[in-house]
Structure formats: C-alpha cells, structure tokens
Design a protein around this ligand. Sequence first.
Ligand SMILES: C[S@@+](CC[C@H](N)C(=O)[O-])C[C@H]1O[C@@H](n2cnc3c(N)ncnc32)[C@H](O)[C@@H]1O
Length: 516
Amino acid sequence: MTDSLYDIPLKRLDGRALTLGEFRGEVLLVVNVASKCGLTPQYAGLESLYRQYRGRGLQVLGFPCNDFAAQEPGSADEIASFCTTNFGVDFPMFEKLNINSAPRHPLYAQLIGALPEAVFPSGSDFREKLAGYGCSPKRAGDVLWNFEKFLIGRDGRILQRFSPDTTPDDPGLVAAIPRTRKPDVCQPTGSAELAMLDVYMPMMKSSAIITAGRLGLFEALVDGPLTAEELATKIDSSLRGTATLVDFLVAIGYLEKEDDAFANTASTQRWFTSAGQVDYTPGLLWTHEAWSMMGSLAETVRKGEPEQTLWEAMIEKPHLGPLFSSYMGAFAADLGPDLLKHVPVLPEYRRLLDLGGSHGLHSIRFCQRYPQLAAVIVDMPSALTETGPEIEKAGLSQRISLSPGTLQEHEWGEANDLVFYLSVAHNHSAEENRLAIRQIGDSMSPGGLLVIHEYLAETSLDALNAAFRLTLLLETGTQTHRHEDYCAWLLAAGFSAIERIDLEPREKGSLILARR
Ligand SMILES: C[S@@+](CC[C@H](N)C(=O)[O-])C[C@H]1O[C@@H](n2cnc3c(N)ncnc32)[C@H](O)[C@@H]1O
C-alpha cells in the first residue's frame, strides 16, 4: 500500500476520524457491507474470521455502502445497532461511502486501481446471476456487489480481491491471509560453518517438498489437519515413511503440527493446493524431472552448451512436454491478472497472435475478457497436447486456433492487432529475437500492440536471475537479454512508444509493451 492509502481520511460509524495508518503492519480485509442483502449473513462469518485471526494481526474492516440496489439505506446508528444486535459484530465498522457511484471514495479508487478483477470460488455463477437480475457492473473494475473483499498485506500491498460470494470461511480466502513472513529462499548463503550443509540441506528440502507434491500430501491436508496415520492412509503410503517425511516438512516450515495432527501452513495451502490462489504442484512435478537433467550440468559448463536441449529431450521423452506446459500454466495463472491490468486492448483489435502460447491460458483469458478477439496460438507440437481440450472446455473452439510448429517455420500473415511474446525470448538467441521481432512487426496492423514478458538481464545479477541463466544454459543453451537489446530490436522493427513495466513482486519479471 502506498503511504497515500494509509493517509486517506475515513470515519468510524461513531463519527471518529481516522486513517488506515492506525492499522499499519496488520493484515486488512476490507469488505463493503449492507444490511438488507441476501449476503448479509456473511457478517457472522466475518466476525468468526476476525475472532479467529485477530491474535495473528488480522483486521476485518466493514464499509457500509448503499450503491447496490440501495440495500444499505439506514443511518450510522441504525447500521451499528443492526450489526451488533444481529451478528455481535466487534470488528471495526466505518461510515457509509460511495464505491461505484460518483464520486468514488479514494479508498476504493485505490483498491480497484490496484486489482480491477475479483477472484471467484470455483464453479461460481454469481456474475451470471447478477446479470439475470440486470445488475451487471457498468464499468470495468466496478465492485460487483455487497460483500466483495480486498485483502491487504502487512507491508501494505493489496494482495487479493475476492468476489462477494466468496464466503469468509472459504479455504482460498483463509489460505491467502498472510500469517508468517515468506522465507527468502534466494538469500545467498555461502556462510555455513560446515559448507556441506549448503549442499545437503537444499537437496533434502527440495526433495521433500517435491515428494510431498508427488504423493499429493499437501492436497490431502486441504480440508484440515490429519494425524500421521490418517494422512498415510489418504496418500496410500507407509506410516513410517509418512511420519518421517512430515517431521522434516514441519522442521522446514512447510507443515504445522498441533498435538498429534499435521496441517498445511498458510503458504503451502496457498501455493500447493487446489484451495490456494495458484496451485504450483505442476512445478513440483516438473522439478522432479529437472533434478535428473541437472546431472549433466558439469558437461554443459565444460562445453558451454547443452548436450541435448529441452526441446530435443521432449521429442525423445513425450511425457515431458505436457508436464512442462502445465508448469508454465501455473505461472500463467499467476501472471494473468497482471497482464489484464497492464495490457490495453483497443475496441478495434480483432486478431491476437500468441507466440509460444503453450497451455493457451493467456489467449483464453483475453478472449474471455474481450469478446471481439480471436486468437492463434503458435507453439511446438509437444507443447500443445493439452491445449485443444482446454480451449474446448472454455467454449472458445470457434475463436482460438492452434498453429503447431516453430516460430522459425511460421507463416506470419498480416493484420495481427495484438501479439504476445510471453516468456519466449529467453529461449532464443539475440539474432533469433531480432529476426522474430522484425517478422512480428511486419505481420501487425498499424496501432497494434506487442507484449513481451521477460526476465531481463541486469548488470548486477541477483541470485534468482543468476540461477535462471544457469538453468537456460543447461536446458536450451540460451540466455536472458537486456532491456536495451529489446529496445534496439523493437526500434529497428519500426515499433515506438516502448514501455517497460517491472511487475510486483519482482520475481514475476517485466513486461515490455510496444506499438506498431
Ligand atoms: C517458458 S514457456 C512460456 C509459455 C507461455 N507463453 C507463457 O508465458 O506461459 C516458452 C514456450 O515457448 C515455446 N517455444 C520455445 N521456442 C520455440 C520456437 N522456436 N517456436 C515455437 N515455440 C517455441 C515453448 O515450447 C514453450 O511453450
């Protein structure tokens, strides 16, 4: 959160003036509430959530609003008495404010500006129901209805936006509440007293987390704690093996133990289960394969290039392609909201070309959001095995087509309005990128937009950047490129208005947007 968000003047229901600065350092769940809505009983769940997590620094903040079918008509006194009498509300309640109606309150202007899209529980038909009542939002970003929820982290970052039908006990919402500081896995060490610990412990940590993913252990705990016996039965493993593994997972902070029961931490629930914001279990399954490939790193370093590229390995071992694509799919699920936020799609745009589009999730997301778009996904056949069914599942077979093959063989055509070159340039040499960007430029209509997502080579490498470059040396024999390189290729290909957006957190990389 910027300081300005902490500084916005607000009033409590009793008229006392304050700012969110009073809650600095705590986790905030900002909820717009109303007394006469079908969702009003959520007050009870919000109060339980508040009581359960208050001790760990969660504040639920209620903001009454009359913008949604005038379901909050009462005075401040009436609202206060309604929520204490009916639901025993003890969490902080604020004065009524405007959310979608003008002038939008600065608090909501900032929240919506930061996160224009809410996350829905799986299978939700809330949006369709609202449309059925003629209550669809009027402007992009509008809050949908009463009881939408914004989660703000201790460091002030606006973390997540949950739809009104996400109940306060929803596992995804509960899991998203930050409870402990994220361990900084990329901190350089090199200072272990026994240097072998820098080799042995990361290996054991990585192996244990991957093994938990392969056994479905985190997912087995998604609905709550289990004893070692119950867990062993659920993941179809020996009690001895399960108990030894979970003890280590507790020791490294990936599980919590209370009495005899083991539970996911907020972070494992969030990152490695279906209840979380993004399930990176496909990344664990992929890393299991990557471990054995690391075996040839010494030969690669000696030679300066891989013995066999990832793409060659995928032809030899066909199971690798779908595994890799589904790992990329997890990244794409994480990146999707950033792309929607930063990529301006003009009403006249019709054709989207998604180069190296793999799993197809970016094309699907953009076609869902912009009904005028039709997309073509270009990628190698090994990356597209699951893409057709995904497109069909999304009901977009008429609008998204596949073009299997390499970029080098691609028939570029013309009149592309929007081109995605997302996490593909690091798989290519400088010369291949220069050529591809020229071909992209030639295939685009004037005013079209090229979107590049990349990890940029910086002069001073941090540990993550340096690790990624080593992975690329091994897997594809390629490297990351500098921002200046992209600018030079883009300008030479006739692009202008080049814009660089560094994403937050920085581990998400950067976007480069350029106009044709
Ligand atoms: C890191 S993944 C990124 C996938 C997707 N664009 C995303 O952002 O999630 C790179 C993709 O580029 C594809 N790719 C790499 N080199 C390619 C080439 N020469 N021609 C076509 N696709 C290529 C790979 O198959 C892979 O699917």
